[in-house]
Design a protein around this ligand. Structure first.
Ligand code: GDP
Length: 303
């Protein structure tokens, strides 16, 4: 069982999820936590003393544009890290590893809410199939490692995550941070309108990053089975609703233009969180509250 003195390693430490996980582990007084970012060599973190518990988070992900334009990069970066981390964890006797996948692993034509039993039952959404395939390979590798080596390695699937430390600036960012940034700048520049990509009709399950990392820590401590577990809010919000909520939070007074020439991606993607609820964990932040906290962070940390 992971305790406050356990040796813990967090990969993907430069990402929003990694940074917030490190903050929360510190808050809970875990004393022996190392972290590794994309550019660092993973193997050096296993010698001389290997970690006992590994949080295997991805180093690179991106929004719909990044997935369309850089599919090979996203797939390669993720696959390499997964293979390396799982191999080293096996070789050096890691007690437990949790692998984080994202909701793009689900086939595109499913009914909401999605459960892990539905994985691999249909074709993937084409805008992110390469990245999704890498994450699916990770889930399969975790399950195979359990079978072949009898290791307590587990995996989980996150809903669309957002929050502090997200990428707010680049075109590769996800929808929440992009829209916060765009409407914030439009407010400052007193612009009349802001463009939102796609029809506004797609539905997503938005999860505040602090909820995600609390869920990760909860599963690391309490879950020992092979089936991946969704970490989600299980609430569907359309991009249109989200956009108007962000408009309100940011205080942008202009109009929103939905640009149908840009891609929608998956039509709907809401995850069933009943399994993790049954295990005793619930998400804590409402979308409204989480958007306010995120904009607050943006105001304090970005110009
Ligand atoms: P994903 O589609 O769930 O992989 O994640 P995204 O966060 O990239 O996008 C979710 C939805 O938001 C898609 O339907 C996009 O078309 C829409 N969207 C609207 N405006 C933006 C934007 O500025 N950036 C991104 N990334 N997506 C946007």
């Amino acid at each position: 069982m992971m305790n406050k003195d356990s040796r813990i390693l967090v990969t993907g430490a430069g990402t929003m999820e990694g940074i917030v996980l490190l903050e929360v582990l510190k808050k809970y007084d875990y004393k022996n936590v190392s972290s590794v970012t994309a550019s660092q060599n993973l193997s050096q973190y296993f010698k001389p003393e290997p970690p006992e518990f590994v949080f295997l988070l991805g180093d690179s992900s991106g929004g719909i544009k990044a997935n369309i334009e850089k599919p090979a990069t996203l797939m390669t970066d993720n696959l390499l890290r997964i293979l390396e981390a799982v191999s080293l964890s096996l070789e050096f006797g890691v007690k437990k590893l949790i692998f984080l996948a994202s909701s793009c692993v689900y086939p595109k034509h499913l009914e909401d809410p999605m459960t892990p039993q539905m994985l691999m039952t249909g074709p993937l959404e084409t805008t992110n199939s390469a990245y999704a395939m890498a994450k699916l390979a990770g889930i399969e590798l975790i399950q195979s490692t359990r079978k072949e080596y009898n290791k307590n390695f587990i995996s989980c699937i996150s809903a669309n995550c957002f929050g502090p430390y997200d990428d707010f600036i680049s075109e590769d960012s996800h929808v929440v941070s992009s829209l916060i940034r765009r409407m914030h700048l439009a407010k400052l520049k007193k612009l009349d309108s802001v463009s939102v990509w796609g029809s506004g009709n797609p539905v997503r399950d938005f999860l505040y990053v602090e909820d995600l990392v609390e869920g990760l820590i909860y599963l690391m401590k309490n879950y020992n089975e092979s089936t991946p577990v969704n970490i989600a809010s299980s609430k569907g919000t359309s991009i249109k609703e989200l956009s108007y909520k962000i408009k309100e939070v940011v205080g942008f007074k202009g109009t929103l233009n939905f640009d149908k020439s840009l891609p929608d991606g998956m039509k709907h993607k809401v995850l069933d969180n009943s399994h993790i609820n049954e295990l005793g964990w619930n998400s804590n932040f409402s979308l409204d509250n989480a958007l306010e906290l995120t904009y607050d962070w943006h105001l304090k940390n970005l110009v």
